[in-house]
Ligand binder design. Structure first.
Ligand SMILES: *Cc1c(COP(=O)(O)O)cnc(C)c1O
Length: 354
């Protein structure tokens, strides 16, 4: 893959690393490549960050044929830069693209494009504690066509944003509203795919939760609204006595890289991890009888977000006195040490950029 690089002639001023927020700033460059049926992927290029011209009848705008990914580049103590399991994001995007009838981006191509862009924008990778460079690869149908036929023209793009800790005060527990009206995913739908449409469909639930003073939604299964699935943009895990539970990957839950990494670490520590369905009734019961010891949401953006309260139809459970759980803290410390290169990566998860 020959990537043509055109550097910006007007680099932006770098933001204050202590006030990055999440997704507020974008770096100087972006990666682009195009797909059509005759040539496959072609015209690999890194260009100054800027608007992408689109026809008003582009299929992505009307029928949401769009997928995306989210990963991070971390500044290591020696001043280097590394990625965390980028191959997992590449593989997941292939699964998402299959579901949305879009062509694959080969794993090596995805990883190489990501590495090259981060290298070009390396001065944008922050070094303050808890900061990183959030990387957003995405793909959409650029072809103009109002009829509902499968398309042959696609654009793959990567943009980057220096980010701070997802939650301002570090990892403080959040309050979660269990959504009993709207659903996010159904069997046979797109729940396992990282596609924009899932988020559009979830916004009403998220807004409702925020209006009630809750920071996130816990989704139940779409068929019966009975089983616990996942949080807004994060997977959900909880400890019942000494076993860790999380919803199984049966098509309605996003297969998170953070989820997978934490399961590996937990099993190495000797914990039983039960990737099984649990009803919300049983979870609330466990909250009331004290067997629900800890709960957290997990994903690349926030890493781990402890859950201090669950509200299901007005029934409220407080978890671990609204304090971060011991195991949750240990998982956070262990995973972030690997990601930021502060501990030895015995799993071979990190990929050096420069
Ligand atoms: C991205 C995402 C996650 C978390 O996945 P990670 O790979 O850990 O970042 C969980 N749930 C949903 C719905 C997501 O979109």
């Amino acid at each position: 893959m020959q990537i043509q690089i055109t550097k910006t002639t007007s680099p932006k001023q770098k933001p204050d690393q202590k006030a990055l927020g999440f997704g507020k700033y974008l770096t100087d460059h972006m990666f682009l490549m195009d797909y059509d049926a005759e040539q496959g992927w072609h015209d690999f290029r890194i260009v100054p960050y800027g608007p992408i011209p689109m026809e008003p009848d582009a299929v992505a705008l009307h029928y949401a044929q769009e997928t995306f990914e989210g990963l991070k580049a971390y500044r290591t103590p020696d001043g280097g830069i590394q990625l965390f399991r980028p191959d997992m994001n590449a593989k997941r995007m292939i699964q998402s693209n299959h579901r949305l009838c879009m062509p694959e981006v080969p794993v090596e191509m995805f990883v190489e494009a990501t590495k090259k862009l981060v290298e070009v924008d390396q001065d944008w990778v922050p070094s303050e504690p808890g900061t990183s460079l959030y990387i957003r690869p995405f793909m959409f149908t650029s072809e103009g066509q109002l009829s509902l036929h499968s398309c042959t023209k696609f654009v793959f793009c990567i943009i980057c944003s220096p980010v701070g800790a997802y939650f301002a005060e570090g990892i403080n527990p959040v309050k979660i509203l269990v959504e009993d009206e709207y659903v996010r995913a159904v069997q046979g739908g797109t729940g396992f795919a990282k596609c924009g449409g899932n988020y559009a469909a979830a916004m009403a639930g998220q807004e409702k939760a925020e209006a009630m003073g809750y920071s996130q939604v816990l989704w139940l299964d779409g068929n019966e609204r009975k089983y616990v699935e996942e949080a807004g943009g994060m997977n959900f895990m909880y400890r019942i006595n000494d076993e860790i539970w999380t919803a199984p990957l049966v098509g309605t839950v996003l297969p998170g890289v953070t989820r997978d990494s934490l399961i590996h670490i937990l099993k190495d520590w000797g914990y039983t991890v039960r990737e099984e369905r649990m009803t919300i009734a049983d979870l609330m019961q466990a909250g009331h009888d004290g067997s629900l010891k800890e709960a957290y949401a997990c994903g690349t953006a926030a890493v781990i977000s402890p859950v201090g309260e669950l509200n299901y139809k007005g029934d409220i459970v407080t978890i671990n006195d609204f304090k971060i759980g011991e195991l949750t803290q240990k998982l956070y410390d262990t995973l972030t040490a690997i990601q930021w290169g502060k501990a030895e990566d015995t799993y071979g998860w990190t990929v050096k950029v420069c």
